[in-house]
Design a protein around this ligand. Sequence first.
Ligand code: ZN
Length: 407
Amino acid sequence: MITPQTIEQIKNRIDIIDVVGEYVKLKKRGTNYIGNCPFHNEKTPSFTVSPSKELYKCFGCGKSGNSITFLMEHDKLSYVEALRWLATRYNIAIEETENTPEQKQIVQTAESLHIINSFAQKFFSDQLFNTEEGQNIALSYLKERGFREDIIKKFQIGYSPSERDILSTALLNNQFNKELLLKTGLVAVRNETELVDNYRGRIIFPINSTNGKVIGFGARVIGKADECLLVEGYTDVVSLHQAGIENVVASGGTSLTSEQIRLVKKYTNNLTIIYDGDAAGIKAALRGLDMALEEGLNVRLVLIPDNEDPDSYVNKVGATAFQQFIADNKKDFIIFQIEIMLKDVGSDISKKSEVVNTVAETISKINKAEDFTKQQDYIKQCASLLKIDEGGLTNLVNKYKRDKISK
Ligand code: ZN
């Protein structure tokens, strides 16, 4: 444990312009600094940093906080990791109190899991590139889908062979502890003692933390399910996979990046986003989705019922009921957006016109020729939901299209 004195020392030394400046190009504007927000895609800067208050705030996506929360959010660091980062940056010696045996145990387990996962990742890569089965089934499939070899390597994609226990055997031969192996979810116990592989015959996508550690895996049965489920947390991905729902990826918390959207698009045009949490969080997340529309994805959303997240919900109701719930409750993104926004409006006319403008702008993003019918459909549906004139909405959508072109 880092001592309170060290924490105090670190906090006194922090210069937010320094810290944020490592990641964002900042320009001085009056007493503040501004730059392009690292948490959402933007071309005109709305990310503001105040050196006097030691705070940042983005007027685009609403993210705000101090140097420590910035590091936690941006680099997915824990609080303690962020403090260590800052201590190194400012050359402050860290004083620590002795860890309790329980704390030591937790750290040790986490490290062991990382080691096993990184072993497995190398194993899967090797299977993909260097075995006949991997090359014939998986590598050829990935290449057909347009993945270049350097991208496959960059994302550390691999292949888990169809044989029953080839990974299990390799892991056991390397003296890994069986209990820890089970914790990774890569293997399971059959017939009481025997270990078998969990993701047989599948393409494997490692889930990396941003400091490069493999913290889990996503697997895909080749050629099935023309839909990609997107959840926020890695734990959600892992437990959905464990329940046998495999077309799932995690955004990793921040809003979707254009790189992620393009990656999804290689697999499917149907993106279903699973949300839990409060209305504010949902609103922030919705802002990033216009980009997915521009890329021609069909975006749908599902809200997990109160107080549950995908992880807890799938454990509660089971895989079949979970999938049924998703199928029954997914709503088109634009319609969902209207419903969420209309809840706030009441009889406030200026708020309503804000909603109409947002919706029109979103619809204007669907601007590919082949999507013309889709756009017309939306205008019809949205005009009726908003109780406004269809022609008026069409004009507004066209205005946003013209604005975009003249930009
Ligand atoms: Zn932002």
